[in-house]
Design a protein around this ligand. Structure first.
Ligand SMILES: Cc1cc2nc3c(=O)[nH]c(=O)nc-3n(C[C@H](O)[C@H](O)[C@H](O)COP(=O)(O)O)c2cc1C
Length: 215
């Protein structure tokens, strides 16, 4: 698959068909993501993947917590939308409206998808050491995107989601993640189901609103 095709093929999928992903393929995707750049080649990331019975148990506990109305307590704290700045805030507002229109302003299925962790075939958790500088967070983001692009190039869909990491203690206990690692983000992998919501394509800002080239 051409690189630009993989880039465009990757988009957040919110309902998978629960089919598992071959372990060798998971390993190949992570190995490819390892080629992401990092500060002084620090490679701050570690990866924990839940599949099979472990994933089943995580999904069950996650849903129970969501249904009990338990609030999230992610290692990276949730930030108010305004704190992102005026330009990203405007984009978030546009995105909300855009998705809302697509869903006829009915978020029932969307919210249900979060609670069931999108019925993903594998949940990939990326950690970095506690107390990491901002540069390591940047490096981790590059790793995360490379991982999703590698998946896309192999016909595997994905979603990066806060939803995966909102109960980090639960995830830690299932996967044996030590206390000195931050559960930074989770990526769901799998094969998209044919649910209507998966047809959504998020827009991007016009290039001339975010790009300056000076000669
Ligand atoms: C760090 C991060 C956290 C996210 N968390 C969620 C989430 O909890 N639920 C969700 O539905 N989408 C989540 N997303 C997906 C974004 O909404 C999505 O990337 C964005 O709308 C752009 O759409 P696209 O990924 O389809 O291109 C998250 C994305 C990122 C990068």
């Amino acid at each position: 698959m051409e690189f630009s095709e993989a880039v465009k093929k990757r988009r957040s999928i919110r309902d998978f068909d629960e089919r598992p992903i071959d372990k060798a393929v998971l390993k190949a995707i992570v190995e490819e993501a390892q080629w992401a750049p990092s500060w002084v080649n620090s490679q701050p990331w570690k990866v924990y993947i839940a599949t099979g019975d472990t994933l089943k148990a995580i999904k069950k506990d996650h849903l129970a917590k969501v249904q009990a109305g338990e609030g999230g307590n992610s290692d990276f704290k949730r930030a108010p939308r305004e704190s992102f700045g005026a330009f990203p805030l405007k984009n978030m507002q546009t995105l909300g409206t855009h998705l809302g229109t697509y869903l006829n302003n009915d978020f029932t299925e969307f919210n249900a998808a979060q609670g069931r962790l999108y019925r993903c075939g594998a949940a990939v958790y990326i950690t970095i050491p506690k107390g990491s500088p901002e540069w390591a967070i940047m490096d981790m983001g590059g790793f995360e995107q490379t991982l999703m692009l590698s998946a896309a190039s192999r016909g595997i869909d994905s979603i990066p989601a806060y939803e995966f990491v909102k109960f980090p203690e639960m995830v830690r206990s299932y996967l044996g993640i030590p206390d000195d690692e931050l559960v930074a983000i989770g990526v769901g992998l799998g094969y998209a189901s044919d649910i209507a919501m998966n047809g959504y394509r998020s827009p991007r800002v016009p290039l001339d609103e975010m790009l300056v080239i000076k000669e």
